[in-house]
Ligand binder design. Sequence first.
Ligand code: MSP
Length: 499
Amino acid sequence: MKFYITTPIYYVNALPHIGHSYTTVAADCLARYRRMKGDETFFLTGTDEHGDKIARAAEKQGISPETFADQMAAHYQQMWNKLNISYDRFIRTTESAHKKAVQAVFSKLLEKGDIYQGEYTGLYCIHCETFIQNPEEEHGNPLCSDCHRPIQKISEKSYFFKLSKYQKPLEDWLKDHPDMVEPDFRLGEVKNFISKGLIDLSVTRQVAGWGIQSPTPEKFPIYVWIDALVNYLTGIGYPETDNEKWSFWPPDIQLIGKDILRFHDIIWPALLLALELPLPKKIFAHGWWVINKEKISKSKGNAINPMDLIDMYGVDGFRYFIMREIPFGLDGEYSETRFIQRYNSDLVNDLGNLINRTLHLVEKDHHNRVPSASPDQTIIEMANTILHTVDSAMERLAFRDALQEIWTIAGWLNKYIDTKKPWDPNNTDRKEVLATCLEGIRVLALFIAPFLPSTAEKIWEMLGISKESRPFSFKMISERLTEGAPLSQRSILFRRIKQ
Ligand code: MSP
């Protein structure tokens, strides 16, 4: 099966913080999971590089928007490499392939009459790059209802997309495909917004110079959100649709944060309806990481740089925490105390100690070779059951539930080893106990591989499994370690953090 997954493309006006890495790590876990299931997966991410915000940020530094965007896109790429993000394509909206795709979309809609010329008069928030219909008031001055910053009144000649024409088709589509919008409590929000009436959307700017030129006589730059949304088409080769890449269309899962719901659940599907292209199967909006209930963001001054956390706790410590701590879809409070508690209890105690004490005994009592005994059937049955429960959690994008399921294996093994005491020389089933623990550790490595890829690699190396048995696949659940085969040198995976 083909599986196409996307993240939003990130604005390059700021460095990535933990909120950005949340969407990307989640997408990576899912992409790796689907690859292990045997799906042919295409994972797209990238950077959103046009618009006023970025032009202003470049100006502040006294450099051109091109140079600024190059530098910032490189930061994102570095961060994703450090986070072990296995994307298949990193798209930049300043690429010529993307420019071509955006102009092709614009031309097609112009030809169809779904884009027309008019005059835009209204309120606009430069920060959010959004037109504001219902501003907040403070001392008589209108403020953006999203970011609460002052907004501007603008009046200019503009081209409009006939969003209103797609109100009914979109309502009908959502009636027949309610699963497109997830979590399901977001569907009501989207429907409610549509039912208030969709108005045509201004899709060009006169003021902002930093953008893709529209194929119109005035060559106005194209509204940055239209430019950005089209990246999901460019990513797999649009406007060329007769090649292998394009066979990934439509996206299976598009991950977004809840703040960009309307762009993705209204404007984006309306554009696709206008282009007569199939709509995404699922657009899932996750919640925010917050500190004292405030969204983590650069502008709030509470941004946490994932690089710092990775340097302190390792990449897998970071990945584990953000995927395990809060249900995907809801907001979650970030705290370093919670981070350290989770790290110590789940990674150091449950996983690390289990592996360390098992391998220590195998080293000491069995010449560091897989003991010649069959593992207890319970662990084999457990692995097969968890394969199903994890799959059902991953289908729901319930990453936290999936990890909880996986940790039941570690929980069972830790209890088993405590009860069976394989270190006791009078114990006659010592070999079987250690063979069971090794088998449990082997399947644990497979299950954690989408979430903690470098830890899974290290475990397999310690188990002496050759590099040829890569990439990881869930088919390997039914394989076994070879009796008598040598293990490699043991190393400590996670070290306790002092609070
Ligand atoms: N450029 C647009 C997206 C265009 S997609 C066609 C954009 N970029 S962004 O950099 O501002 O945000 C990217 C993603 O990061 C969004 O999904 C947003 O929800 C997510 N996050 C930013 N801060 C966040 C938190 N504090 N917590 C969780 N995710 C949040 O929007």
